[in-house]
Design a protein around this ligand. Structure first.
Ligand SMILES: NC(=O)c1ccc[n+]([C@@H]2O[C@H](COP(=O)([O-])OP(=O)(O)OC[C@H]3O[C@@H](n4cnc5c(N)ncnc54)[C@H](O)[C@@H]3O)[C@@H](O)[C@H]2O)c1
Ligand SMILES: O=C(O)C[C@H](O)C(=O)O
Length: 351
């Protein structure tokens, strides 16, 4: 396939990404113009996720300004990406003193800043380093762009989102409709693995993934997967669930010490940011799974399907009917998710 055709096909996949049947609406919006001015910021833009995510956001015609920030190597990434002949104007920044310029006027801030896992580590093992990074970046967000949507990628997401919420509360800027833990990679994986096993076209597959973003807190709802498959038995569903829950570890082990998922995560991050942009632009029925402040369960943060609108979260959708296996999974994840949330809240308030 020629490069241009490959990019068109990647763009088509992004346009197909929403989990609800409103895809045709969003597709026509994507390809029609003109679109309003939208500034997207990536914090951690020179990293393994940050670089391909910068590329994908530069290709998104809904973005008019792309602001790239990292503590090292941003000028090279920004110069490189800026030569692509697409709409977004690119600026790169590398100094903390520039965070004001980086963030001011932004509509969406995407955060993949922080260290990734190595084999044998859990996401929670990243807490000690990443919690501080996320906290300081959120202090700057509260100061310079309190109205932006924040898409949190940095792990452990189950704790970094509550940290961000606490920082924003302290600053008096918290709006629960604007803070998102990016769990799209779990949905991307569930779709891919289900399509392979059920032998259905992957582009048509939808699978909600709820809960959180670590091990058993990742709960794919294969009983709600479409297209329906009659060929999958209980053991297949268990295997698919486990593979989705361990998807991150599968990549960490395959990379053997060289980090975790970057390319699939950049794709997932671009899909979610694109959905947020469409919501901001007033495109109706944009639904994605995300880890947000929630009353779907007794836990204060929970991932489920969320309808995105002009102010961020427009509606948090319920879980729908669960199989007995999923009901069990839901009960078992609560203890771990609760303690990850509490750990984040405690960290944000004690330091
Ligand atoms: N949510 C998800 O599904 C998901 C998926 C994959 C990875 N992740 C997480 O994303 C994070 C990044 O992964 P990666 O593979 O890109 O790591 P990486 O080490 O390749 O890149 C991280 C980047 O963050 C930068 N950084 C560090 N401190 C910073 C700061 N204070 N301000 C700005 N930038 C800073 C680093 O310089 C580096 O360029 C990790 O925590 C990883 O676990 C999450
Ligand atoms: O597994 C990781 O550490 C990275 C990420 O959370 C993933 O799901 O790939």
């Amino acid at each position: 396939m020629k490069a241009a055709a490959m990019l068109r096909s990647a763009g088509a996949a992004l346009r197909r990404s929403t989990t609800e049947p409103s895809r045709l609406v969003s597709r026509s919006c994507y390809s029609s113009g003109p679109h309003p001015e939208r500034k997207v910021v990536i914090l951690g833009a020179a990293g393994g996720i940050g670089q391909p995510l910068s590329l994908l956001m530069k290709l998104n015609p809904l973005v008019s300004s792309l602001s790239l920030y990292d503590i090292a190597n941003t000028p090279g990434v920004a110069a490189d990406v800026s030569h692509i002949n697409s709409r977004a104007q690119v600026a790169g920044y590398a100094g903390e003193e520039q965070l004001g310029q980086v963030l001011e006027g932004s509509d969406i801030v995407i955060i993949p800043a922080g260290v990734p896992r190595k084999p044998g580590m859990t996401r929670d093992d990243l807490f000690n380093i990443n919690a501080g990074i996320v906290k300081s970046l959120c202090v700057a967000i509260a100061k310079y762009c309190p109205n932006a949507l924040v898409n949190m990628i940095s792990n452990p997401v189950n704790s970094t989102v509550p940290i961000a919420a606490e920082v924003f509360k302290k600053a008096g800027t918290y709006d629960e409709k604007k803070l998102f833990g990016v769990t799209t990679l779990d949905v991307v994986r569930a779709k891919t693995f289900y399509a392979e096993k059920a032998k259905v076209p992957v582009a048509e597959v939808n699978v909600p993934v709820v809960g959180g973003h670590a091990g058993i807190t990742i709960l794919p709802l294969f009983s709600q997967a479409t297209p329906k498959s009659n060929s999958l038995g209980d053991e297949d569903i268990k295997a698919l669930t486990k593979r989705t829950q361990d998807g991150g570890t599968e990549v960490v082990e395959a990379k053997a010490g060289k980090g975790s998922a970057t390319l699939s995560m950049a794709y997932a991050g671009a899909v979610f940011a694109d959905a947020c942009l469409k919501g901001l632009n007033g495109v109706p029925d944009i639904v994605e799974c995300s880890y947000v402040q929630s009353t779907v369960t007794e836990l204060p943060f929970f991932a489920s399907k969320v309808r995105l609108g002009k102010n961020g979260v427009e509606e948090i959708l319920g879980l729908g009917p669960l199989s007995d296996y999923e009901k069990e999974g839901l009960e078992s994840l609560k203890t771990e998710l609760k303690s990850s949330i509490e750990k984040g809240v405690k960290f944000a308030n004690q330091s």
